[in-house]
Design a protein around this ligand. Structure first.
Ligand code: ACO
Length: 422
């Protein structure tokens, strides 16, 4: 295809540039269309709209391919931990040993929360949803670092990046302990990132907790597969908010809110609730598949379907095999894993799901691992946010580094009343 597309609208004959990506993806640049013709494009839900050029993540939904900075997700999961993958995402390259150690130490030594944040978490109603607390905490963190909120100051952005990555596990663990009426456990500079999170979550009040290396590996894997997924709902939200030169904390808080929704990151919680409901209903998988197909019902199989994947989600494949390994190692039988597999089998053979190319997504099996580790279901989406955080930041930074950055401001086709008199 040439790098120019010819478009004919009424009396207008136009030539529009075609932008070609490194994997040969093509995007029609319509930014001048309105100026030339007075016409805009209309694409509700941004089904066919590219909002940016990005060098962070490549995914091919038809082939089921996901790569961070050019590396296949399957390979990253085998060879990297969360800190390596975070640096890969943020910097574009895997870290040297020295870079990894410097960053790891800086993050671990920054995990402690300011006293005001501890008080803030303690003040939330215990029964409130953890995602509401998380969004509030991320925004509130900036109030303790008011000299670090200039989005155009590279050093301040770097400090805020490090602080957010360092403190999110602490915030998550303290939210859990507050909800369950337990004393907070301070981070331990001797422990790794994931080890610290597990200890702050599950230690007794003297701070004792035997870290299980299988849990550390499983959690590292889950955090990595959630790291980034190009222009998804929450990442696009972070970019849109950031485009107004809003500070990093506030942009990330907006991303947390977008992630919360059950059609996006909240699907992991909704999926386990659905599997529990099926279990209580004698494991009647066929009934729920029938409900999902019934357009009058409004019920959807949670953890199923994806805007971009029209093939098996590679993240779901990785998580499913990790479930097998972890449950076998722990000698655990999780009835919800059995139900999930049975549900997948029935759905994948059903004409409705086949015709619409609906497959399990990242949220379908992740809950099985979270449950095996002991993470309560209401905290699942908070764990997703912990994984997605570096992805959000990488996109926010890419946006600010772009010479073509402009405030994100879509247009509309107005359908309300014409001018009328009062
Ligand atoms: N169960 C039953 N039917 C479904 C499902 C589902 N989970 N997902 C899509 N469909 C059907 C729709 O009813 C529609 O059918 P139709 O063509 O007969 O009207 C068709 O498949 C296409 O669905 P859309 O809603 O148009 O697809 P869209 O790309 O807008 O939505 C989404 C994608 C939101 C992920 C959707 O598949 C869904 O609601 N899934 C369940 C929630 C979920 O698991 N979300 C997590 C996604 S991964 C993530 O964000 C981390």
């Amino acid at each position: 295809m040439s790098d120019v597309a010819k478009l004919s609208i009424g009396e207008h004959e136009l030539e529009l540039p075609v932008i070609v990506g490194t994997e040969n993806e093509q995007g029609l640049d319509i930014s001048k269309l309105r100026g030339m013709t007075g016409i805009i494009t209309l694409d509700e839900g941004f089904v066919n709209t590219g909002s940016t050029q990005s060098a962070i993540t490549f995914l091919d939904g038809e082939k089921g391919i996901l790569r961070y900075r050019g590396y296949a997700i399957e390979e990253i999961c085998k060879k990297c931990d969360f800190i390596d993958s975070t640096l890969l995402l943020l910097n574009g390259e895997l870290p040297s040993d020295e870079q990894r150690e410097t960053f790891r130490q800086a993050v671990i030594s920054d995990m402690q929360l300011p006293e005001g944040m501890v008080k803030l978490i303690s003040a939330f109603p215990r029964e409130a949803h953890p995602m509401a607390m998380l969004a509030a905490c991320v925004n509130a963190l900036s109030t303790h670092h008011q000299d670090q909120v200039d989005p155009l100051d590279a050093q301040q952005v770097q400090n805020s990046t490090q602080r957010l990555i360092a403190t999110l596990p602490t915030i998550a663990a303290y939210i859990h302990r507050h909800r369950t009426g337990q004393e907070f456990v301070a981070p331990n500079a001797e422990l790794g990132y994931v080890e610290n999170f597990l200890t702050m979550m599950f230690a007794d009040e003297q701070g004792h907790y035997e870290v299980d290396s299988d849990f550390v590996d499983a959690l590292n894997l889950l955090l990595i597969v959630h790291l980034d997924h190009e222009q998804n709902c929450s990442t696009s939200t972070v970019r849109v908010v950031g485009s107004a030169n809003t500070n990093l904390y506030a942009s990330i808080a907006a991303g947390v809110c977008a992630l919360w929704g059950p059609l996006h990151g909240g699907a992991n919680e909704a999926c386990v609730n659905m599997l529990s409901q099926i279990a209580e209903d004698d494991g009647d998988v066929a009934k729920y598949v029938g409900m999902a197909k019934d357009k009058q019902d409004g019920f959807r199989l949670m953890g199923f379907g994806h805007r971009v994947y029209k093939n098996y989600d590679p993240r779901a494949r990785i998580i499913k095999s990790a479930c097998d390994v972890l449950l076998e190692k722990l000698d655990l039988d999780d009835p919800l894993f059995e139900i999930a597999q049975a549900l997948e089998k029935v759905a994948l053979e059903d004409e409705y799901f086949v015709a619409r190319k609906l497959y399990p997504n990242v949220d379908f099996y992740s809950g099985v691992i979270y449950r095996a580790i002991g993470i309560p279901v209401e905290l699942f989406t908070v764990l997703f946010a912990m994984g997605r955080l570096p992805g959000w930041i990488a996109h926010w930074q890419e946006l600010h580094a772009s010479p073509s950055k402009r405030i994100c401001r879509p247009r509309q086709v107005y359908t309300g009343p014409e001018l009328r008199e009062l």
